[in-house]
Design a protein around this ligand. Sequence first.
Ligand code: DGL
Length: 243
Amino acid sequence: MIGIFDSGIGGVTVFREILKELPNYQYLYYSDSFNNPYGDKSEEELKIITNNICKYLVNNGCKIIVIACNTASAICKDYLRDNFEIPIIAIEPAIKMVYDNSYDGKTLVLATKGTINSNKFKELYQKYDNHKSIIYECRGLADLIEQDKKKEIREYLIEHLINFKDMQNVVLGCTHYPLIKDEIKEVLGEVIFYDGSKGIVKELKRKIQDINLKEEEPKIIFWDSSHKLEKEKRFYQILELEK
Ligand code: DGL
């Protein structure tokens, strides 16, 4: 079994990519909507929260854990890797993808406060800055997406992104943001989106080989920490699967 977690429904955008390439495994998705948003939490709080989630995933038979949350990855991945013996794979904002594929493109990097203020993000940015990037902290946006507040999302994007109409690239540095690509395009027009999910799929394939995890009868288990039924409905909708 492979465990995946996020502060809610955002990590499903990562899980969706994983399932396309690795359908024949068993997955346990932990949606921590009770603690959403992670983006404004302190390092100490996040370490406690994510440590408990990893314990839960390990106790339920997971052999690999995927942190499908940029904030938790940036702040907690080293700590979690020190605490658990199984492989822990962590997503990161796709800044290197822009560096490799569109170095000359004006780029808007959107992420949470937690991600942007982390040392991991600063290191990544220093290494792969294309010198045409603007980093923008989207405080409260993941929360609106988690709650599926469509009207407020549109208003938020108009208020915050209207001055970035000249951007070519947009890095979606929070796993909730791929769920609102269409709404972002309504404000910015045609842009190229980059997110870390493709990279994480490659990394997961490598780890599966390393630990020789055999293919299994496919199975998906969904767990939401706030026990809200609509979360599970949304989970399957995003995956485009029937429950
Ligand atoms: N989806 C998360 C991320 O990738 C966290 C958003 C939040 O809870 O603030 O950063």
